[in-house]
Design a protein around this ligand. Structure first.
Ligand code: AMP
Length: 283
């Protein structure tokens, strides 16, 4: 670990630091984030510290993964608070490019995310994962990490990125880390900051419903009627709209074929007023 945290805002400055580490055979762990950091992000940072000699956290609110109707302009930002938290967590380097540094004039090459991106989030946010895949490919080329850590909180994102790394032979290892939750079960998320006091009280019903669904499916319940019950529980609790509640193959995210014995995952996305929450649990 180095003495004080370093901040790079240009690819040139970033490479000056990482190339020195490489020359000394230090391994590099990357944790990509969009900032507004909470204990979920910090758990990934701590894991990176255990798995690599140097830890880099990127903070970049990536415009290409937001649709025009989405919350890009109101996405929470707290650069100073984030750097303080990362310094306290022992991070070596914060990579904070601005939009022009990430996408200079004329930048037009993109990554098209693979089959894992097609439905679930892909149905409701059609270009989201192409934006995620493109920015992560850029981050991997910029930072050249040995490992990159992503949260299971964004389970489909992890599946899409694993597929990209495999399909495009990217020389790094992805590690998935468990979802950190508040005491009442709500998954920590930067977007929880949008919830009113009343909505915040309703929010844990999402985790409660998908956990109960997962437990019942594990005990042999028939999937479709049990999913319908979970949807009802979520809306009865006060959620305004259910985008999806699905039980899928945990690796491919394809609909499960009967009795294969493969691991399953329950994934859900629901609206609470103007805020869209996602969550998932293992069956
Ligand atoms: P974000 O800043 O929302 O793009 O998230 C950055 C990384 O933190 C992603 O890999 C997320 O999956 C992960 N993350 C977000 N929330 C949590 C959480 N509650 N527990 C664990 N990881 C999380």
């Amino acid at each position: 670990m180095s003495d004080t945290i370093k901040i790079a805002r240009t690819v040139h400055d970033l490479r000056k630091i990482t190339s020195k580490w490489r020359d000394r055979d230090r391994t590099i762990g990357l944790v990509p984030t969009m900032g507004a950091l909470h204990a979920g992000h910090i758990s990934l940072v701590k894991l990176a510290g255990k798995k690599a000699d140097r830890t880099v956290v990127s903070i970049f609110v990536n415009p290409t993964q937001f649709a025009p109707s989405e919350d890009l302009s109101r996405y929470p930002r707290d650069e100073e608070g984030d750097v303080q938290k990362l310094e306290a967590a022992g991070v070596d380097l914060v990579w904070m490019p601005n939009v022009d540094e990430m996408y200079p004039e004329g930048c037009s090459t993109t990554v098209r995310a693979g089959s894992a991106s097609r439905d679930l989030e892909g149905t409701f946010r059609p270009h989201h994962f192409d934006g995620v895949a493109t920015v992560c490919a850029k981050l991997f080329n910029q930072v050249t990490p040995d490992i990159a850590i992503f949260g299971e909180k964004d389970y489909q994102q992890l599946a899409v990125l694993r597929q990209m790394v495999r399909d495009l032979d990217m020389p790094l290892k992805l590690i998935g880390a468990p979802t950190q939750r508040d005491r009442d079960g709500l998954a920590l998320s930067s977007r929880n900051a949008y919830l009113s006091e009343a909505e915040r009280k309703i929010a844990p019903a999402l985790y409660a419903a998908i956990s109960a669904l997962a437990a019942d499916v594990a005990a042999g319940a028939e999937i479709e009627p049990r999913v319908a019950k979970a949807r009802l529980e979520i809306t009865s609790a006060g959620f305004t709209k259910v985008d999806y509640v699905e039980t899928r193959d945990a690796e491919t995210l394809a609909p499960p074929s009967a009795a294969t014995g493969r691991p399953l995952r329950v994934l859900a996305a629901c609206w609470l007023g103007k805020t869209r929450l996602i969550d998932n649990v293992a069956v």
